[in-house]
Design a protein around this ligand. Sequence first.
Ligand code: ADP
Ligand code: MG
Length: 307
Amino acid sequence: MSNLGEFDLIHRYFERSSKDHHIVLGIGDDAAAVHVPSGEVLLTCTDTLVAGRHFPDITAAYDIGWKSLAVNLSDIAAMGGVARWATLALTMPAADPIWLEGFAAGFFALADLHGVSLIGGDTTRGPLSITIHVLGTTQAEGMIKRQGARPGDAIYVSGYPGEAAWVLECLLRGAAPGELRCRLDRPEPRLHLGRYLQNKATAAIDISDGLVQDLQHILRASGVGATLDIARLPRRGMDSAKPSLQQSLAGGDDYELLFTLPAGQLINDWTDEPILTCIGHIDAEPGLRGLGLTGLEPMDLRGYQHF
Ligand code: ADP
Ligand code: MG
């Protein structure tokens, strides 16, 4: 690609030494090879980010590198796994060294935070699009699936869902989202929380498509219903400078965890970030109901309008 050759580019920006002794073969051969820790299963997931669709065209290269990895790590977090290895399929219009430096810096900043090694990938020319494949591991018995929520379980959410959608809306109408900007551009995959929830949560999912929609995946997989207490949705900020109820319920791109806990399951030893909030409970009766802001008038969330 351009005067920076494809292999120079891979070597310069993406080939780094790793201390991970599970890696038998990293970047540089036809395939990578890793040892899965004995007694564990391999978790694998992949997500593509397309410029203009998954991030605004004006997004900084650093943030694109960070976010492309973050959305994948978030899926490993939702399973309660340890993220270990990643491959990166990068399609870009030109080999721009400044862009590549920024992209790699963002990617590796997040990878290093979680001990993830880049072990391979593919580099091609075309409209900007990034596909990352993450491999993680976990004890099979510790996996947290979407299936498993039971009537009486409490429903919890981490952080403040809706903030990413709120930031995007600010950007689209030319307003400055201030320090919350990173909630859209640099989501923090909740890997530590996911590990903590192993053998505690009955079901979990990461919120990529909006709280209500992702909760419904848990309900469907588990064959149950739920009641949400709208007044308890965690929202912060001042007046108009915070997500609307609509954004809290349906905004995407948050990468927080939504999970269910058996009644009486304690989590008060979780003192780390993010905050955890109980927002409702699982019912035997199928469907999703909401208790309105006063806690009295029930809302029908079945036909909830997404953006
Ligand atoms: P092949 O032709 O065998 O598919 P490539 O020539 O595409 O291999 O890539 C050479 C090596 O560089 C491979 O090990 C591949 O995994 C790695 N690689 C290619 N692009 C990237 C990238 N963007 N990030 C990390 N590794 C990459
Ligand atoms: Mg190739």
